[in-house]
Design a protein around this ligand. Structure first.
Ligand code: ZN
Length: 186
């Protein structure tokens, strides 16, 4: 059955698709978020990216978000997403695209290479929606970080407050800065 959409609704869907593709969304993300036909989305993808969309499965494991650096990046993105959705009243899709843009800006300002791609960010939200992940408060900086649903909730420390020794000097400096800012905010 062909879904009847007004011209403006249709245009809005195209704009949403363009925004997602520009941010690096895979086809699976577009297909589950938008109502455009698969053929149109593939055409849009080719026009914007100049290549066909990559095939293959999406990353499925929630464990990816638990490694030290990925956890810091995922926590940064998800806190922004939650703020946009619950405090700023954004829809899920707006919170995803705006939150992801803010995350990229934050990386740029901190001279950090983005670790989380748009598809990982989208999958992260799905894991939260499916109750696989939760936000856990850090007992040092009181920031909230991404953790498995049934992990301990009390007296736990986030990755930014407790870097692995291999993280090196630059990252320790960044963490010291994070701690100072957290102390000021408290
Ligand atoms: Zn912390």
């Amino acid at each position: 059955m062909v879904q009847k959409k007004s011209l403006t609704e249709d245009a809005q869907e195209v704009f949403r698709a363009i925004a997602l593709i520009e941010l690096g969304a895979r086809m699976q993300v577009l297909e589950s978020e938008l109502t455009l036909s698969r053929d149109r989305m593939i055409r849009l993808y080719r026009e914007i990216k100049g290549v066909s969309p990559p095939k293959g499965m999406l990353p499925f494991s929630a464990d990816w978000y638990m490694t030290w650096l990925a956890n810091i990046h995922a926590s940064l993105f998800y806190n922004t997403y939650v703020f946009l959705k619950h405090e700023a009243g954004c829809s899920h899709l707006d919170a995803l695209t705006k939150g992801y843009r803010l995350y990229l800006e934050h990386c740029k300002h901190s001279d950090a290479e983005p670790v989380l791609d748009l598809t990982r960010a989208w999958t992260l939200v799905r894991f939260f929606d499916a109750d696989i992940l939760q936000l856990t408060p850090c007992c040092r900086c009181s920031g909230k970080f991404v953790a498995h649903k049934h992990d301990l909730q009390n007296n736990v420390v986030c990755g930014a407050c407790q870097p692995p020794s291999r993280a090196g000097k630059t990252k320790r400096a960044a963490i010291a800065k994070h701690n100072r800012e957290a102390a000021q905010a408290a």
